[in-house]
Design a binder for this molecule. Structure first.
Ligand code: PMP
Length: 467
C-alpha cells in the first residue's frame, strides 16, 4: 500500500499519551503536570458529542473552543473543503491576485455583518486578526495626519489572543507576567463584572454598567484624548468567564467613543456568527463598531480562519488615501478556509441557527440556568444566547467566594469530565457555550449533567471540610 495513504496506526490511550508527552507542547499548559497525568485523547465527534480514545461519549458544552457553531459532522463543510482542495488547494492574495472562494466570502461577510461593514482583511486566527487591528488602527490615524493617536484602551480580564499584540490587548495578568507584556501603547480599564465589582458596592446592574463605562472616559482623559486611537472589547467577555455586561454598559461606551472620536473595535471572535442570538454581538448590545475581529465560528472551527471586518469610516481612509498597507499573512484569504467559511455561513442561514438561538434555545437555556441558580453552590447564573456562566460561591446568601487557592472550579470541572460533560472553569465560574444546533432535549440532558456535577462538587467540598 502507498505509505502516504496508510490508515492511521491504531494505538492504545497509553501509547497516544506517551507519544504526546514526548513531543507535543500544548497551548496554555503546564507541560510537566500534563506529562504526568496524560492528555485526554479525543478521537471523533458528531453533532454535540465527542468520543475519547477509550470510547467514552462526552457532551461538548464548549463547542470545541467556542467555535463549532454548526456542530460536528456537517457534510456540507467537508464537501466544500474537499472540492476546493482538489480544485485549488492554495494560492495567495498578495501581488494583486485573488481566488474565487476568498472573493465570495468577502461578499458574503459584507452581507451578514452590520451595514457599515463592506470590506474584510483576512487572517489565519483571532490573535492575528487582533494584530491586524493594532496595525490598521495606527495606519488609519497616520493617514489622517494624527500619528500621535496610538493608544488602544482595553479591559482587565479581556481575552484578545496570544500573539504579542493579542496578549497585550488582552487583560490577563498571568499572560502579561510572561514576556514583558503589554507592548507599549496599550492600556487597560476595569471590566464590567457586576458580581465581582458592582454587587459588593450595592450598585444595581444598570447603575454599575454606567459606572464601568465611565472608567473609559476617565482613562481617555488621563491619557489625553488626542493620543487615544481606539477602544477594544468583547461584547460578552468569553475566556474571562462569560461576563455579560449590564444593558447600560455598551450604549454608554458607544457614546464615549463618539464623543472623543475614537474607533470602537468589537472583538467578535466568540460572539460572532450567532452565539448571542444575533449574527454579531454588537447587534445584541446596540453598538456600531468601526472594526470587528472574527475567527472561530466563521468556519465553525472546521479549518483555521480569522479576519477583521473594516467599517466604511476606516476603509474609506485606507483606500482613498492610497499607499501600500505593509501588512498581510501567507494565509490571508486561504481558498480552502474561505470555501469552508462560505459553506458554513450558508448552512447557518439554511438551518436558521441565529433565529434558533434567538427565539428558541437561547431563551430556553436562560430558563434552565435560572433553575440552576437555585443550587446552594451557585451565587450567580448568567446567560447570553448560547453562552452561560455559573458562579460558584462559598456562601450563597452573601455571595462570599471560596478562597481562590482551593480551586473549587477545577474540582467541579473534574466531576464534569468524569461524568461525560465538557464545561470550562474560569476560576470558580463554570461556563458553557454549546454548539448552536443544540436542541431543547439536549439542553435538558446537559442541565441534568450540570446539576449532577454541582451536587458531586458540593459533596466533595463538604467532604474536604471547605464548607
Ligand atoms: N479574541 C477572542 C475574544 C477570543 O476568545 C479568542 C480565542 N479564544 C481570540 C481573540 C484569539 O483567537 P485565536 O485563538 O484564534 O488566535
Amino acid at each position: 500500500m502507498n505509505a502516504v495513504l496508510a490508515p492511521r496506526r491504531e494505538r492504545t490511550t497509553a501509547e497516544w499519551q506517551a507519544a504526546d508527552a514526548a513531543h507535543f507542547l500544548h497551548p496554555f499548559t503546564d507541560f510537566q503536570s500534563l506529562a504526568q497525568k496524560g492528555a485526554r485523547i479525543i478521537t471523533r465527534a458528531d453533532n454535540i458529542y465527542l468520543w475519547d480514545s477509550d470510547g467514552h461519549k462526552i457532551l461538548d458544552a464548549m463547542s470545541g473552543l467556542w467555535c463549532v457553531n454548526v456542530g460536528y459532522g456537517q457534510p456540507a463543510l467537508v464537501d466544500a473543503a474537499t472540492r476546493q482542495l482538489k480544485e485549488l488547494p492554495f494560492y495567495n492574495a498578495f501581488f494583486q491576485t485573488a481566488t474565487p472562494p476568498a472573493i465570495e466570502l468577502a461578499e458574503l461577510l459584507s452581507e451578514v455583518t452590520p451595514p457599515q461593514f463592506n470590506h474584510v482583511f483576512f487572517s489565519g486566527s483571532g490573535s492575528e486578526g487582533n494584530d491586524t487591528v493594532v496595525r490598521m488602527v495606527r495606519r488609519y490615524w497616520d493617514l489622517l495626519g494624527r500619528p500621535e493617536r496610538q493608544v488602544i484602551i482595553s479591559r482587565r480580564n479581556a481575552y484578545h489572543g496570544s500573539t504579542m499584540a493579542g496578549a497585550s490587548l488582552g487583560g490577563m495578568s498571568a499572560m502579561h507576567a510572561q514576556g514583558g507584556l503589554p507592548i507599549p501603547g496599550i492600556v487597560h480599564i476595569e471590566q464590567p463584572h457586576w458580581f465581582e465589582l458592582g454587587r459588593p458596592q450595592g450598585l444595581s446592574r444598570d447603575e454599575f454598567g454606567r459606572v464601568a463605562a465611565g472608567w473609559l472616559e476617565q482613562k481617555i482623559l488621563e491619557v489625553g484624548p488626542e493620543k487615544v486611537a481606539a477602544f477594544i472589547g468583547e461584547p460578552v467577555q468569553g475566556a474571562g468567564g462569560v461576563i455579560v455586561p449590564p444593558e447600560t454598559y455598551w450604549p454608554e461606551i458607544q457614546r464615549i467613543c463618539d464623543r472623543y472620536g475614537i474607533l470602537l473595535v468589537s472583538d467578535e471572535v466568540i460572539c460572532g456568527f450567532g452565539r448571542t442570538g444575533h449574527w454579531f454581538g454588537c447587534e445584541r448590545f446596540g453598538t456600531r463598531p468601526d472594526l470587528m475581529t472574527f475567527a472561530k465560528g466563521v468556519t465553525s472551527g472546521y479549518i483555521p480562519l480569522g479576519g477583521v471586518m473594516v467599517g466604511d469610516r476606516v476603509a474609506d481612509v485606507l483606500i482613498r488615501q492610497g499607499g501600500e498597507f505593509t501588512h498581510g499573512y501567507t494565509y490571508s484569504g486561504h481558498p480552502v478556509a474561505c470555501a469552508v467559511a462560505v459553506a458554513n455561513i450558508r448552512l447557518i442561514r439554511e438551518l436558521k441557527l441565529v433565529e434558533h438561538v434567538h427565539d428558541d434555545v437561547g431563551p430556553y437555556l436562560a430558563g434552565v440556568f435560572e433553575a440552576l441558580a437555585e443550587h446552594p453552590l451557585v451565587g450567580e447564573a448568567q446567560t447570553c444566547g448560547l453562552m452561560g456562566a455559573l458562579q460558584l460561591v462559598k456562601d450563597k446568601a452573601s455571595g462570599t467566594p471560596f478562597p481562590a487557592e482551593l480551586e473549587v472550579g477545577m474540582v467541579c470541572r473534574g466531576h464534569c469530565f468524569a461524568n461525560g460533560l465538557i464545561m470550562r472553569a474560569v476560576g470558580d465560574r463554570m461556563i458553557i457555550a454549546p454548539p448552536l444546533v443544540i436542541t431543547r432535549a439536549q439542553i435538558d440532558e446537559m442541565a441534568a449533567l450540570i446539576r449532577r456535577c454541582l451536587d458531586l462538587t458540593l459533596a466533595d467540598v463538604r467532604g474536604r471540610g471547605w464548607l
